[in-house]
Ligand binder design. Structure first.
Ligand code: 5GP
Length: 117
């Protein structure tokens, strides 16, 4: 996987960069965010490199559904499901996306506010 310009998440997938991995299967990996914004902050990342939600095609829809299923399971496992949590996907500059590899934040363990900053 990859090519010469490997992104940070590809390096985590390939075990070249350490992360606290909490879940992995053939399509998805999940690990703790290095800079958590809440007591629980996980990232769910498709292994296939899709740069953002804006790059998805209809053929990727089963993968996206799988990501949501994994998020739901991890919310349960990490104990935030009952009180509630937030799933975030940042897209592009105005969305605040800093890593160009599709990922979903699972954030919980405290009450969130709305609107977001
Ligand atoms: P974005 O801003 O693109 O929505 O989210 C990228 C997230 O990746 C950020 O929350 C950031 O803290 C996290 N992140 C960036 N580099 C690393 C890393 O090397 N390891 C881990 N575990 N998380 C990272």
């Amino acid at each position: 996987m990859g090519g010469i310009m490997k992104g940070i998440f590809e390096k985590i997938i390939d075990r070249e960069v350490h992360a606290e991995i909490v879940y992995e299967d053939d399509r998805v990996i999940a690990f703790e965010d290095i800079n958590p914004v809440a007591p629980k902050h996980l990232l769910v990342v498709p292994k296939q490199r899709i740069r953002s939600l804006q790059e998805i095609e209809t053929e990727d829809l089963p993968l996206l559904g799988h990501c949501l299923w994994v998020l739901r399971q991890l919310a349960e496992q990490s104990g935030v499901a009952q009180e509630g949590y937030r799933v975030v996907n940042n897209v592009g500059e105005y969305g605040g996306q800093t890593v160009e590899h599709l990922h979903f934040h699972l954030i919980g363990g405290r009450a969130m506010t709305w609107p977001p900053g």
